[in-house]
Design a binder for this molecule. Sequence first.
Ligand code: ACM
Ligand code: ZN
Length: 610
Amino acid sequence: MRKIVSIIAAIALAVSCTAPAGQEISVIPRPAHLQVDEGDFTIKKSTPIFVEAGNDEIVRVAGFLNRRLRTAAGFELEIREADLSSPGKGIYFLDAGLPSESYELRVEPERIVIDYGDGAGAFYGLQTLLQLLPVEIFADRKAFGTDWRVPCCQIEDAPRFPYRGMHLDCCLHFFDMDFLKRYIDIMALHKVNRFHWHLTEDQGWRLEIKKYPLLTEKGQWRKETVIGSLKSGVYDGTPHGGYYSQDEVRELVKYAAERYVTIIPEIEMPGHALAAISCYPELSCGLEDHYETATKWGVFKQVFCPKEETFKFLEDVMDEVFELFPSKLVHIGGDECPKASWKQCEHCQKLIKQLGLKDEFELQSWFITRMEKYINSKGHEIIGWDEILQGGLAPNAKVMSWLGEEGGIKAAQQHHEVVMAPYPKYYLDYWQADPDSEPLAMDGPTTLRTMYEYEPVPAVLTPEEARYIIGVEGCVWTEYMPTPARVEYMAWPRMCAIAEAGWTTCPKDWEGFTRRLEHHLGRLDNLGVGYCDAFHNPFIEFHKDTPYDMVVTISVDAPGAEIRYTLDGSEPTASSQLYEMPFVINRQQRVTAAAFRDGKQIGQTKYKSF
Ligand code: ACM
Ligand code: ZN
């Protein structure tokens, strides 16, 4: 019987995912089922919001609609706590006992109804409602002359994965609280529910720990920062620092929780520990006279030494972490831990023998397993990067798969839960357009389309193993993102694609996604998100043909756009040569291309020569 029901559900889903093209509704991430009906409902100053009496959480959720209306429309709606049995005109939040995070949204000419089962479901129903309104609902000032019209429709929606994450490295560069709140706001709009907060590194320690004050007094600072690529050898001579006080952390945890985002703190071990070691050198293998917070990017051999005082330190740090972060899951890093120091260290070598371990990889596994035991004893669970698989996975650990898919596959096959965050597919520090015309980034390019088309459940997994893939995450490493503006430029709109992979059960549909994204960019514009607009620009790629020739391909993401190009250096117009298929150029020729729609250029002109 269960099987029949699930087959029917699968058929229903398949049908519902093929919503009519050209519809004016564009929700990101895409809802599981959406039916557009005739007519609309207009939100006016007099429209009441009804919630069940005594449900403070839903009153708070409804308040998010008022926040937007207050700014963009210049009015707020009255929230009435009432008996909801005989609905009149208004917006209704109804507890329909749906699964967590799920919602149903019905827009009729007389009323809007959001059915939910918990606060998260109500919140996500509201995020969708906001996306049904004109994009000006996201404006930071009054949008004069806008009718707050919502098209009639019926939506049934639920997430594909429980873990839909976005990471931010606040160590390579520090970001202030206002930016973090904004970051969480934009995540929540996309139904992303895990903020992975990277707080400790070789280049700076960012979390106040009362028992070890030096970590932030000293460890927050690096004396200068490499300029440009990590190999440049040129430094800016300017100290860089910043940290989050415990009061600020509590404030951010609460702020995130109100938006149904859980903050997962990351405390790196045993590698990426140089900032901590510079404050407390006794935590290292003691092979050097002096340790300093790193001033360039990369991987450093100065790592935590697995001795009693190190474990005491890390357990003390974890105790304060548990006080601050209600998340059951904590990230213990585990990546990129060179074994050079352990190989030279008398204590480490003695320990390997004493424990009967094969090598330093097994020592790392022992290190993580020992920490896991402590963390489990406090009621928390660990997640770590792929490398925690080396030498054997700790018994209850989850894996964040970043080194391609192999680690994720291996962990799922061993029945450990996995979050897929593979580089370069989900690494937002990679170029998203032609590196020749983009600011410095880590590597790439990884285009929006590449990210969108990536399927996070590896095909080699059996259905039973695939159940261990619990979600996805977009990673924002900030070597080359010194400012909030750079972070937003690199993260958006590509994170829309990752958010959609985490949420929707519909099959991939690149064309449909681009149509929705075109509209969605208007929301990001109103929010002032400084995203990379490669979406509207031609991407010219050269593929070596002979030593003298290049094969040229040009693509553009924007729907309904055509590409026009020239080879004589002149600016393309709507009547220049239409790009229809790859072509060959020689060394002397320069390709100049632009995208047009309805005879008008829609993005920037791009150039490329040999
Ligand atoms: C990583 O990018 N080192 C996890
Ligand atoms: Zn050692």
